[in-house]
Design a protein around this ligand. Structure first.
Ligand code: SAM
Ligand code: SF4
Length: 497
């Protein structure tokens, strides 16, 4: 593509009217820096009664205000932190039971017009090999993910570039949905495609909505305007802080109601980030009655030829990261909580009991990485370096040993349980009932089609426990459920409640 055409594309991307319409009458956006800084200046440890009241509020699956969240942040007593950690696990259990949803990222393009200082794919990084996959290559990647590994959910990831604009995104999502691969007993296929991409206009988002995407994710990276300006050059598209701030408002207007937000931890003070993210959550609830479907917790990782990540001022320690996850879990109790393979196996084991609901596995963050094989992965092809390189089978076996059932369920959005509907179900705990049934069915499918004998043994033992629990706790559905389970065992696929 010629430079002129690229520049023209960049010039036309941001629709100023689709920022201005959301800005308040006083010209401000929803991140009120001064009030957040005031909360951060408060000193003194909160008393135990107040902390326990807030824990109780989270356990009633109610969103905390930034002021309430700041109270929990100021807790110093190790005993109270222990109560908060336990409550975080309990909140997850109440809303999501012992399910762990799994997925894989699928990078489709590494060309990007932006120049984010922390990212291996930034335009000025000449050490990276650039590629935009053809539809045939997208098909091959999907075959590897759905056929070899047995994934059912993907998050497709794109750099921001005219060669991977919205038409390309829509076409590649259709390609992914189209793939069918024979498996041991059934068929491997991707049933839910989520998207992580740059902010888009309402018209573009409508095009994505039409191809049946699952969750639309945009991370703000940092809500701290000063840090944002330093990390994202003003002359780039991503330099526009407010275009990104209202990405989810536009998604809602386009009819996409499962939306994921997140902070890239390590770019600024994590306490500021969490409070500002909480303002974002409340703004989403105010704007359309639906908070975020997921909160992601990416933490800065090394990337090839990217000096910024070697010594960031705001590096987040493991201890603080654990606190961030506990606070995030309690602050937005209904949201899915995603910890990616950026984290090491040890860190993922440590975070799992604190309320994590989704983790990826067997992931690659290089374009074309799955079909080419792990052995061909080099730093120059990746956005950053992953902390957990284990295979899906190993990870699923470990989760099962820790008492978590891996769910490949994708029924929710296919049955219209999205947006406000799913939010109400999650808050009331009713969603857990459908999801447990679907988790058992999809776990059974995966064990039969893809697991090694060692994982089958551990998984089957867990399934027996789950089946007994369903029979006792949901006797009204047992007959129809056990018949469906039997049909899956016999080789039928994609049956769900
Ligand atoms: N280009 C789009 C954008 O920036 O919104 C889409 C996704 S980008 C490929 C995915 C996410 O990776 C970014 O939103 C950022 O949070 C994260 N990321 C970038 N560099 C990273 C690094 N060095 N370590 C960990 N995560 C990183
Ligand atoms: Fe491009 Fe996204 Fe990387 Fe920024 S974070 S350079 S926008 S791929």
């Amino acid at each position: 593509m010629r430079t002129q055409e690229k520049q023209q594309w960049v010039r036309e991307r941001i629709v100023q009217a689709e920022i201005d319409k959301y800005i308040r009458d006083d010209g401000r956006d929803y991140v009120d820096d001064a009030s957040i800084r005031d909360l951060l200046r408060l000193r003194g440890t909160p008393d135990a009664t107040q902390v326990r009241e807030l824990i109780a509020k989270a356990l009633e699956i109610q969103t905390l205000s930034p002021a309430e969240l700041s109270v929990l942040m100021r807790v110093e007593s190790p005993a109270l932190w222990e109560e908060m950690r336990a409550a975080a696990g309990e909140v997850k259990h109440k809303v999501y039971d012992n399910r762990m949803v799994t997925f894989a990222p699928l990078y489709l393009s590494s060309k990007c017009v932006n120049n984010c200082l922390y990212c291996g794919l930034r335009s000025s990084n000449e050490a990276v090999v650039r590629r935009v996959l053809s539809q045939e290559e997208v098909r091959r990647e999907t075959e590897a993910l759905a056929g070899r590994l047995g994934h059912k959910r993907l998050i497709v990831v794109y750099g921001e570039h005219p060669e991977s604009g919205v038409e390309y995104m829509a076409e590649s999502i259709r390609t992914v949905y189209d793939v069918r691969v024979p498996a041991r007993k059934g068929i491997g296929q991707i049933r839910r495609v989520n998207v992580n991409a740059a902010p888009m206009s309402v018209a573009e988002l409508k095009m994505l909505a039409e191809c049946g995407l699952g969750t639309f994710q945009v991370f703000q990276e940092t809500y701290d305007r000063r840090a944002y300006a330093q990390l994202h050059p003003a002359a780039t598209l991503k330099g526009n802080f407010r275009w990104r701030l209202y990405a989810m408002h536009r998604a809602q207007e386009a009819g996409i109601d499962d939306n994921g937000i997140g902070v890239l931890y390590g770019l600024s003070d994590w306490r500021f980030e969490l409070l500002a993210q909480q303002a974002h959550v409340l703004e989403m609830e105010r704007f359309c009655g639906i908070g975020p479907h997921t909160l992601s917790f990416p933490r800065l990782e090394p990337a090839v030829n990217t000096p910024f990540v070697d010594a960031p001022t705001w590096r987040v320690s493991d201890e603080d990261f654990e606190k961030i996850v506990v606070l995030g879990r309690l602050a937005v109790p209904y949201a899915g909580l995603i910890i990616t393979a950026r984290e090491s196996p040890a860190m993922r084991r440590r975070l799992l009991p604190l309320g994590v609901t989704q983790m990826d596995a067997a992931s690659n963050v290089g374009v074309g990485a799955y079909a080419d094989g792990q052995e061909n992965q080099r730093e120059e092809r990746q956005q950053f370096v992953l902390g957990d390189p284990r295979g899906l089978d190993d990870v699923i076996r470990e989760w099962a040993q820790m008492g978590s059932i891996t769910s490949f369920c994708t029924a929710g959005y296919r049955c219209g349980r999205t947006g406000k509907c799913i939010m109400d179900l999650l808050r009331s705990g009713a969603e857990g009932k459908f999801c447990k049934l679907n988790a058992v069915l999809t776990f059974k499918e995966w064990l039969d089609d893809f697991a090694t004998p060692a994982t089958q043994a551990v998984g089957q033992a867990l399934l027996q426990k789950e089946l007994a629990e369903i029979q006792t706790r949901q006797p009204q559905v047992w007959d129809v459920f056990s018949e469906t389970y039997r049909r899956i065992e016999a080789g039928e696929r994609d049956l769900y409640f």
